[in-house]
Design a binder for this molecule. Sequence first.
Ligand code: NAD
Length: 492
Amino acid sequence: MTHSFAPHLSAGTSLPFDIPTDLLIGDAWSAGNGERIPVINPSTGEILTSVANGSVADAMAAVDAAEKAAASWAATPPRARADILMACFRRMIEHRDALAELISLENGKALSYARGEITYAAEFFRWYAEEAVRNDGELATAPGGANRILVQYEPIGISLLITPWNLPAAMATRKIAPALAAGCTCLLKPSEETPLTALAIAQILLDVGLPAGVLNVVTTLEPGPLASAVLHDPRVRKVSFTGSTPVGRKLLHESADQVVSASMELGGNAPFVVLDDADLDAAVAGAIAAKMQHGGESCIAANRFIVQSGIHDAFVEALAARMGALKVGPGTSPDTECGAMINQAAIDKIDRIVEAAKAEGANVHVGGEPQRGQGFFYPPTVISGIDRQSPILREEIFGPVASITRVDTVDEAIAVANDTEFGLGAYLYTGDLKAGLCLTGRMESGMIGLNRAVLSDPAGPFGGVKQSGLGREGSHHGLREFTEAKYVAVEW
Ligand code: NAD
């Protein structure tokens, strides 16, 4: 028996299929050994449905299926691969509202963010449809003049893709689209917290003509043993992971034995620097956008506000007023601005970090206590007067909490911003664009928003420095993560 889920969506919104909730292995959906994983609606705490709990044996069957499909997919003309990706882009946009509701149901985020995520996620299919036919090589004359150097970029091989729960659509498509464009077959392991969106995207890919075995999907409650087995199979040549830095470290160790290529999109601790000469209104609007994206559950959500003393008090007052006015509620309610957090553990972590800051003498301007009752809610919170050693400056809060540190000088602002082992997103607001551009050179981050709060763009290389990761996703760099350069020395 195979299983599926028909989500209860709002009137006028529907998907053209029930979402398969089994394992996609080759050409069939399989229930595996029959064990199931409950999927919870974080807005209510209720069980929505369940998905298959895949085993190591299921994962190895998926690798077999990926191997079977590999040669023919690599040999499929780039234009034919691109056509499938473009069809998937169109289908996702056509069903954006239904897919967004599905994200809100299983993740809890506000519908407006879920809709934005589907658009962003679908754009990776459009972008990599365009890149698939531009996988250009190189031809050069050797410096000695005797021969030519020919370089072609070939598919790297079977790829293991592991994704988190915070952007269940976009983190999957940011990997699937370049992998397929490059000609790789793959095994996707979505987060056990939010598997439904990835399963729906897999069904869309099948519906628009993706051949069997090119994408396999295995959900599991035992990601460690599964990933270890897959990464010790010599047929697997790539792991692309998005998630926390501790799990990324484990996967780097697991990749070492078979020398598997690893792309790592890991945790962040984004500084949001506001200098005295910044436009206050723009900085506050940017702060709301950078902090509250996906309810604060984003790797590039502003985690530490670092504000120069001349603008500090006005910034704190304006931010607290705006944060305090945000409507908290179930993700699927149309007027919700800050949805539910993913689970109780997330609430407990936010609570622990905020309580530590309070105990150190920080000032709470708004929020600061978890919301009791049904579902997992934490109100938008603004805290200032932070101790430089506070956990709030060290850990990813991953929630709607803005902590504000006062600094006196520009040098101090940059030093505080860089005082972390992470280096993913960062933001800088200043009225002096030339000085700002110079300062970006001193900020230890893979991505910087200069007077801009939105970093995510399929055309930009997304990724971090320091312990935020290795490699880049999106742009032409993202395709290269799934290719190997083959050099042929030609006697011309
Ligand atoms: P997580 O590391 O707990 O889990 C991520 C994925 O890894 C899930 O699918 C999980 O099942 C799997 N996993 C867990 N243990 C594993 C193991 N031992 N071996 C293999 N896979 C394993 O992260 P999360 O809580 O799902 O997501 C939040 C984290 O992701 C945050 O740290 C956030 O910053 C990060 N993130 C980073 C980016 C980025 O682009 N850099 C984007 C989104 C999220």
